[in-house]
Ligand binder design. Structure first.
Ligand code: OAD
Length: 236
């Protein structure tokens, strides 16, 4: 633990790459693991372009349910610690796979959302993208002012990441001296590829997770435990 604190103090360029585990203690389910969302629901029915084309209402009902849960959740001490770190580090970027916006709500500013945001909607006809923070959207599926069907502004399986967002993530991780990998199973690509990329580019990698993952093999240090407990100890 003290070694990571020393590295944090000594590093000018720090990145954090986060996944669903950082929001677990805010009461938001992760995707994998015993009580993960993908144990209860089939991603093929809910998180692919084909699923949306087949049944946009079903897909929207699921996202509407998740929007309600996320709206009621609060950022936890792990999100807050990373926001604090951003204020203290000369250069800091937070790359997240999460769509819940809890990092921004905790005060993080330099947030790169690899998989989009559950609080944006995109028109499938005119392409307009906008913020929509209603916890409950009615009717479902919602329509754009052009008459087209709106979709959630998240990246689904089989879809490419936004080019500009991906470049931002690569640039930050390629420059980083220290990367904190927090609460991600690191099995979903291309996001998972950013960690070996940063390592090859010379970064130290510190993993914070309750269990071992593929990143544990390349991490300089793996800290085992809940992010909401460990991160505050690193930045206090
Ligand atoms: P996963 O659900 O795959 O993994 C969550 C990780 O968090 C696991 O490694 C857990 O061990 C860890 N974890 C759980 N609770 C924790 C805690 N309190 N503190 C620290 N770690 C904890 O979630 P992601 O890796 O984020 O993509 O999943 C990546 C992508 O797969 C998601 O963005 C989503 C999903 O399908 C799309 O929907 C495109």
């Amino acid at each position: 633990m003290q070694q990571v604190r020393d590295w944090l103090c000594a590093s000018s360029r720090i990145c954090a790459l986060t996944g669903a585990g950082i929001s677990a203690e805010s009461g938001i389910s992760t995707f994998r693991g015993a009580s993960g969302l993908w144990r209860q629901f089939r991603s093929e029915d809910l998180a692919t372009p084909a699923a949306f084309a087949r049944d946009p209402r079903l897909v929207w009902e699921w996202y509407d349910w998740r929007r309600g849960l996320i709206a009621a959740a609060q950022p936890n001490a792990g999100h807050e610690a990373l926001a604090h770190l951003e204020g203290a580090a000369p250069e800091f970027a937070l790359i997240t796979q999460n769509v819940d916006c809890l990092h921004r709500r905790a005060g993080s500013r330099s947030v790169v959302e690899l998989h989009g945001s559950i609080w944006t909607v995109i028109c499938t006809t005119c392409g307009e993208k906008r913020h929509d923070d209603r916890a409950a959207i009615r009717p479902l599926p919602p329509l754009c002012r052009c008459g087209g069907t709106l979709r959630p502004g998240v990246v689904w399986f089989g879809e490419p990441l936004d080019n500009a967002v991906w470049r931002q993530a690569q640039t930050a991780l390629g420059r980083a001296e220290l990367v904190l990998v927090v609460g991600t199973s690191s099995v979903v690509y291309p996001a998972a590829g950013l960690i070996p990329y940063a390592k090859q580019a010379g970064a130290r990698v510190v993993e914070i997770n309750v269990e071992e993952t593929p990143v544990s093999r390349i991490a300089d240090i793996s800290l085992r435990g809940p992010a909401a407990e460990i991160l505050p100890l690193l930045v206090s």
